[in-house]
Design a protein around this ligand. Structure first.
Ligand SMILES: [Zn+2]
Length: 341
C-alpha cells in the first residue's frame, strides 16, 4: 500500500436561520496524515480571499515598543555567544545578524535577525534576504555539531508577526539544536524509519511520486525542492516543501537554500494576493548522522486573527486535543498556488 491518503466524510444537520430554518446538511471531513497517522479536520469554508487587513493601522495600534533588533539597539541590547563557540559573539552575513536567544528552548538556541529594516511586508522579502538568513542558520548549526556531538536534532523556525506568536515585529528566524527532537519531529523521524523498514523505500520519495501522479496537491518544483499542499493540513493554508535526498539540515547545499528561498518568494506572492499576513514556518531536520530514511522538509501554515473580535485561530482543538482544523481544502489551495510556481 505504501503512502495512503485516508479520509472519512461525515454530516451534521442544522435548521438554518439564513434559509428560513430549512434543514441543511453540513459536511465535515477527517483526514489521516499519510506519515504520522495523526488526524485533522477539514471544514472547507467557502472563503476564496480573506479580508484585507490595514497593516499600517495594525502596527500603529501596537505602538512604539523598543525593538532590540533594530540597528541602533542590537549591539547593546542583545546577548552574545562565548568567544570559544563563536568568535566575536555573533554571526554576520549581509544584513543578517545571528545571536543567542535569551530563552533556552533547547541546548543551542539562536535568533537570526534577517534585515536592518524593522518591518518587512511579505511581498518585500527577496530571495537574497531569505537565502542569507537560512544559510547563516546552517553555518550556526554546523558549528553546533562541531562542538557538541550529543546534539543531533535541529530545526529552523519562523513566527512572522504577532498573529503567529512572534513577539517582535522585526523579522527573525529561530534556530534550535538539541539532544532530543520535538514531539512532532521525533514522530516524523520514527515513522519515516518504520516506513523504510516496512516498504524498503523512503516515505518522502514515495509521497512526491504519488502526489505528482495524482496532480491534486502537487504545486511545483524549484530545483531540488518540491512544493505540495499538505494532505492533512495543520492550519488555514498548509504548504510543504521537501528537499530531495537530504537527511539533515547540515547536508543542505547553498543551491538547496537558494531553491528553497526562491520557492518561498513565490509562496509569499500568493500570500500577498490572497491577504495572508502572517505565518509559522519550520524547516525540520532528521537525526544527524543516522540513516537516510528522513528527507528534510518544511511546513508553513498561514495564521490570522478571526473576525469580528480578533480571536486567536488556535483553540481547544490544537491546544488540548492535539488536532488541527483546516478551513480550506488542500486541493483548492494547490489550484490557487500553482500559477505562482
Ligand atoms: Zn526593529
Amino acid at each position: 500500500m505504501g503512502v495512503e491518503f485516508k479520509r472519512k466524510m461525515q454530516q451534521a444537520k442544522i435548521l438554518d436561520p439564513h434559509r428560513g430554518y430549512q434543514e441543511r446538511a453540513l459536511t465535515l471531513e477527517t483526514r489521516w496524515d499519510p506519515l504520522t497517522k495523526m488526524t485533522v479536520r477539514v471544514l472547507d469554508l467557502p472563503i476564496k480571499k480573506l479580508d484585507k487587513l490595514d497593516m499600517e493601522e495594525y502596527l500603529a495600534r501596537i505602538g512604539d515598543v523598543k525593538c532590540p533588533f533594530c540597528p541602533d539597539s542590537l549591539e547593546e541590547l542583545t546577548p552574545k555567544f562565548t568567544d570559544d563557540f563563536i568568535k566575536g559573539g555573533r554571526l554576520r552575513f549581509g544584513e543578517v545578524c545571528l545571536l543567542p536567544n535569551r530563552l533556552p528552548f533547547d541546548k543551542f538556541c539562536a535568533v537570526s535577525v534577517l534585515t536592518q529594516r524593522h518591518y518587512v511586508p511579505i511581498p518585500d522579502f527577496t530571495e537574497e534576504i531569505l537565502f542569507n538568513g537560512f544559510s547563516t542558520a546552517c553555518v550556526f548549526l554546523r558549528r553546533v555539531v562541531e562542538v557538541d556531538p550529543m546534539v543531533r536534532f535541529f530545526s529552523i523556525n519562523w513566527n512572522y508577526l504577532p498573529m503567529s506568536g512572534g513577539s517582535i515585529i522585526h523579522p527573525h528566524l529561530q534556530i534550535i539544536g538539541g539532544e532530543l527532537p520535538t514531539n512532532y519531529q521525533g514522530e516524523m523521524v520514527q515513522r519515516g524509519r518504520e516506513y523504510q523498514q516496512r516498504w524498503g523505500k523512503i516515505f518522502w520519495d514515495e509521497l512526491i511520486l504519488k502526489e505528482k501522479e495524482l496532480g491534486e496537491r502537487y504545486i511545483g518544483a524549484v530545483g531540488n525542492t518540491v512544493w505540495l499542499a499538505s494532505y492533512a493540513p495543520r492550519g488555514f493554508g498548509d504548504i510543504m516543501a521537501v528537499f530531495r535526498e537530504r537527511t539533515s539540515i547540515i547536508d543542505l547545499s547553498d543551491q538547496d537554500l537558494r531553491d528553497f528561498s526562491q520557492g518561498l518568494v513565490k509562496a509569499f506572492h500568493y500570500f500577498h494576493d490572497f491577504n495572508h499576513y502572517s505565518f509559522n514556518l519550520t524547516l525540520y531536520s532528521g537525526e544527524y548522522g543516522q540513516d537516510g530514511s528522513f528527507w528534510v522538509n518544511a511546513r508553513m501554515v498561514t495564521r490570522r486573527l478571526l473576525p469580528p473580535v480578533g480571536a486567536s485561530d488556535v483553540s481547544y482543538f490544537e491546544k488540548l486535543h492535539g488536532e488541527s482544523i483546516g478551513y480550506k481544502k488542500p486541493e483548492r489551495l494547490c489550484e490557487e498556488m500553482r500559477g505562482y510556481f
